[in-house]
Design a protein around this ligand. Structure first.
Ligand code: CA
Ligand code: CA
Ligand code: CA
Ligand code: CA
Length: 438
């Protein structure tokens, strides 16, 4: 695994970001093995696989052109990435994810159908992507405010291909207190308005974490937004909406939170929470972890997609593993506890800039149904011009299992996989491990 670092001069003579890539060496980094890019970036870069060779590439607007460029990871060569007259918004929320169910990513900022922001919004936050209604297709979620101070906040949802924004959360009032998003200021201590997505209760519907501020006071906190059935007219067409958990005492105790995200502590498939908070002086930050005590008998499947590549010292006859990839798309179909067909889907590492803090794998909740997954599909990016989809399908996957997908050889469509399928005991002691070669 390599590490990409962005730096900014301390004296702020310029807002340009310099980028340094440290090349990994087994499990360490060597400070002498690095590449300092010869261009600077206007904004944090997006890591994506532009050319479908399963080697991550670097996307962004540099000091040389107003149009985004791509740095191809394999040979570190620069190429134009997008022909557009539009200027990229800063802070951007570019994403590399499958929006049209062909299991191949399109770059969000590359979409030909540009979409206007929701009506009556003054401030827009970061776009995030999740299968909000659990139908197997990604939706676009956008936190926004109707005024510059975010006294009136909302979260909107849009379906790919439809030029319509549906509010999925508008009620930010808890008793007598009105909460709202924290507007972004372009300085070091400010974090863009964003949602961090994860299915904390494993019901198959992705939930979110958001940072909200008391509009009449000064406190700001992390809140859990649960994805629940829609109970009002405005969200009826998506059937789902967010409900804020105002009284989670563990989260309420963390004052001046700035970022909150999901993380699987103990790797038991149940998502826990990490919160970053500001100390009394802005320069002091503290990291808090909250273990998810949710103990319903819900099931999950955890999927990790690797690259199936190794660098030139790959030992012969050993199948390479590679590292977690940006861009794979995962979808399942199953039957829920009531006998209805249920889908779910997620993209792996679709966003990487501005504290996206996505997990390098996906945990998909299955609800209380202990049924086998009828189908699980994994698609990986393919090069431009290649017609057939790089996709693999499995049937009868056991719930509460972990699937490690190694696309090898990745350029032979429909035969992309060697997989290690691990059954994770609900009480995690020693997982029984077996290998399936498909
Ligand atoms: Ca690539
Ligand atoms: Ca969906
Ligand atoms: Ca959920
Ligand atoms: Ca956990």
């Amino acid at each position: 695994m390599d590490v990409l670092l962005t730096t900014k001069p301390q004296n702020h003579v310029t807002d340009e970001l310099s980028v340094i890539i440290f090349w990994g060496r087994n499990q360490t980094l060597d400070s002498n093995r690095k590449t300092v890019l010869n261009k600077t970036f206007h904004d944090e870069p997006l890591i994506m696989d532009f050319n479908g060779d399963l080697i991550p590439d670097v996307f962004g607007v540099t000091n040389e052109s107003d149009r985004p460029q791509i740095l191809i990871g394999r040979n570190l060569s620069w190429h134009p990435a997008l022909d557009t007259e539009s200027k990229m918004y800063i802070p951007h929320s570019h994403a590399f994810i499958d929006l049209n169910r062909d299991f191949t990513d399109g770059n969000f900022s590359n979409a030909t159908d540009t979409k206007q922001k929701p009506e009556d919004t003054m401030v827009v936050g970061q776009s995030v992507f999740a299968d909000f209604d659990g139908d197997g297709q990604t939706e676009h979620l956008l936190p926004a405010c109707a005024d510059v101070t975010c006294q009136k906040s909302a979260i909107y949802l849009s379906k790919p291909g439809l030029n319509q924004w549906i509010p999925v959360l508008q009620d930010f009032r808890n008793k007598d207190t009105l909460w709202g998003f924290v507007p972004y200021k372009n300085n070091q201590a400010s974090v863009p308005i964003t949602l961090h997505i994860g299915d904390y209760n494993m019901d198959g519907y992705p939930d979110a974490l958001a940072i909200l501020r008391n509009t009449s006071g000064s406190n700001q906190q992390a809140f859990l937004l649960e994805n629940v059935p829609c109970n009002n007219a405005s969200c009826r067409s998506v059937h789902r909406m967010f409900k804020v958990y105002w009284e989670l005492s563990d989260l309420n105790q963390i004052k001046d939170a700035v970022v909150a995200t999901f993380f699987d502590i103990y790797e038991d498939g149940i998502l826990d929470i990490i919160v970053l908070s500001k100390g009394y002086f802005n320069s002091e930050f503290a990291i808090h972890t909250l273990k998810n005590n949710f103990e319903a008998d819900a099931y999950f499947v955890k999927v990790i997609v690797l690259s199936g590549l190794c660098s030139n010292d790959c030992p012969s006859k050993i199948t390479p593993f590679g590292v977690n990839q940006p861009g794979p798309y995962i979808m399942y179909t199953t039957v829920d506890a009531n006998g209805y067909l249920k889908n779910g889907s997620a993209g792996q590492l679709s966003q990487s800039a501005h504290f996206a803090l996505q997990l390098p794998y996906n945990v998909l909740g299955l609800g209380r149904s202990a049924n086998f997954l009828d189908h699980l599909y994994v698609g990986i990016p393919r090069p431009l011009g290649e017609k057939s989809i790089r996709k693999q399908e499995w049937t009868a996957i056991i719930p509460n299992s972990q699937l490690i997908v190694i696309p090898y050889p990745h350029n032979v469509p429909r035969r992309i996989c060697i997989c290690i399928h691990v059954y994770v005991e609900y009480i995690y002691i020693f997982p029984h491990l077996y290998e399936r070669v498909l």
